[in-house]
Design a protein around this ligand. Structure first.
Ligand code: NAG
Ligand code: NAG
Ligand code: NAG
Ligand code: NAG
Length: 477
């Protein structure tokens, strides 16, 4: 697999120019004879900004989710197909299905912001979800963007109408030849009764299947979903969870979120009084009851400065050199993440930002420790926003190994001690907003995009000191 083709996948609208540059470098290095310095692609309307990008790891085709369009481009950015998704007549206060709940609101021509764009490789299709009609999705054929299905007749088909990117993330989990699963985390914008913040859905191979996007499990007692309790919104009126990134690794699915802190019993009604925390959420892939839910804060620190506002992340391999410095193997997963300074101003993050690395092994070790101490009956579950109160951990003599997927006690489990990453690079100006990486000659090469559209190429190298994570320093190429 050509890893270079993977890197632009995570870049958000902020990092778009970076994504283009990456593509350019990649295509230039392949066709040296090209005399054009670079190729560009613009949507037909200046206001229809790009929201998501997916590059097919086999064909190199570039899929772009934009406002009102999904595009398919060739690797040299020649347009192949433009698929219209909007604008359409809609009103955010209309709750589908319209047949069941006719809507008397005034309908206006509304933009469809692309919220999710994922290639479902084993079925050769593209999942594209928008902000219209409470957030419906289409499955498009990869070849020509022909609509295979656009399920929109029941509640489960609506994922959330929040019309901002950087609020929803999805991960497809599939074993060869079987029906897939879609894990979805999304901001709900106060509609917590209607939309779960996190859920897992069926993704049948047959696009016509009536089970498309149904919750994996839904009963009166246990379900594959988590809702924000209305008590939490009563206490903190602007509470929501923003899903910045997600991925699968080993037996687990991970989501990286930013959410307001909810100090116990303290009511906060002004958005400007909120402190935000970035969190890693982990679930077992095979746990339809969601008993494996664990969430820990994460971030990184340099000197006295704490970086706690997640901006972007990318899962990659470390390469031999960084792997040695981190005391892991080159085959293990490493998460590269960008954080902005502090815990306030999530919506206007400070320019001071940091690039940090988290070996997944380390993340898992922290989670295992947290589980083990809770099952020894120590402390509370520490998940105020979801539990609404302090709930004590229950002592239970259960062996907790690396693949422990929870029981009906001691779940869902939170925590307050942050998992801190290895700080690779910081910059006080021109906030870093996107990240991608690949391995070249055993070296990890990290590309970072900034808010003004600059591209930094960062090579974390091992310093001359003692081996170990502490001695990772940085070379700018
Ligand atoms: C771009 O790529 C397509 C197909 O990959 C090819 O047919 C076309 O000639 C290329 N155009 C340029 C300008 O290189
Ligand atoms: C939605 O409907 C309400 C009530 O009919 C109306 O006041 C509002 O302007 C409509 N919103 C849009 C975006 O058209
Ligand atoms: C998103 O919705 C808000 C409020 O309904 C509106 O003002 C804004 O223009 C919308 N964004 C886009 C990109 O259409
Ligand atoms: C490196 O990792 C191994 C096993 O994963 C562990 O036994 C060893 O103590 C670690 N070394 C350092 C310096 O952290």
């Amino acid at each position: 697999m050509d890893q270079r083709r993977n890197w632009p996948r995570v870049l958000d609208s902020d990092g778009w120019s970076v994504a283009l540059l990456c593509l350019l470098l990649a295509s230039l290095s392949r066709s040296v004879s090209s005399n054009a310095l670079f190729n560009t692609f613009h949507s037909e309307n200046r206001d229809w900004t790009f929201n998501h990008l997916a590059v097919h790891r086999g064909t190199g085709a570039v899929y772009v989710g934009a406002i009102n369009r999904v595009y398919k481009l060739s690797g040299n950015l020649t347009i192949l197909v433009a698929h219209k998704t909007g604008p359409e007549e809609d009103n955010k206060s209309c709750y589908p299905p319209l047949i069941v709940q006719p809507c008397g609101e005034v309908l206006t021509l509304t933009n469809n912001v692309n919220k999710l764009l994922i290639i479902d490789y084993s079925e050769n299709r593209l999942l594209a979800c928008g902000s219209l009609y409470q957030g419906v999705c289409k499955l498009l054929r990869l070849d020509d963007l022909f609509i295979l299905v656009e399920p929109s007749h029941k509640k489960e088909h609506y994922l959330s109408s929040v019309n901002k990117t950087g609020t929803m993330y999805g991960v497809i989990v599939r074993s060869e030849g079987e029906d897939g699963k879609l894990f979805i985390g999304t901001a709900v914008d106060g509609k917590q009764d209607y939309f779960p913040t996190l859920s897992s859905r069926k993704l049948p191979r047959d696009p016509e299947s009536s089970a498309m996007l149904d919750y994996e499990l839904h009963s009166d007692f246990v379900s594959s979903l988590i809702k924000i309790p209305s008590d939490t919104l009563a206490l903190v009126s602007h509470f929501d969870i923003f899903y910045i990134y997600g991925f699968a690794s080993g037996n687990f699915v991970y989501f990286l979120t930013v959410q307001p802190e909810t100090p116990e019993g303290v009511s906060i009604n002004s958005a400007s009084d909120l402190f935000y925390t970035s969190r890693i959420v982990r679930l077992c892939k095979d746990d339809p009851k969601f008993h494996s839910y664990v969430s820990l804060p994460f971030g990184c620190v340099k000197g006295d400065t704490e970086y706690r506002l997640l901006q972007a992340a990318y899962l990659s391999k470390p390469g031999e050199v960084l792997a040695r410095a981190l005391n892991i193997t080159a085959q293990e997963d490493v998460l590269f993440a960008i954080f902005s300074k502090g815990q306030k101003q999530y919506h206007h993050p400070p320019d001071d930002s940091a690039l940090c690395a988290f070996p997944i092994r380390t993340v898992n070790a922290h989670i295992k420790e947290r589980l083990q101490s809770c099952y020894q009956g120590e402390g509370n579950l520490e998940l105020n926003w979801l539990l609404g109160k302090d709930v004590q951990c229950t002592k239970a003599p259960v062996p907790i190994d690396d693949n422990f997927c929870g029981l009906d006690i001691n779940q869902p489990l939170g925590g307050s001690v942050p998992v801190d990453g290895v700080t690779l690079f910081t910059s006080s100006r021109d906030r870093m907003t996107s990240v991608a990486s690949y391995v070249y000659n055993g070296y990890s090469v990290v590309f970072v995009g900034t808010k003004t559209g600059r591209l930094k190429k960062v090579r974390p190298v091992r310093g001359s000191g003692e081996p170990g994570a502490g001695s990772v320093s940085l070379g700018m190429l």
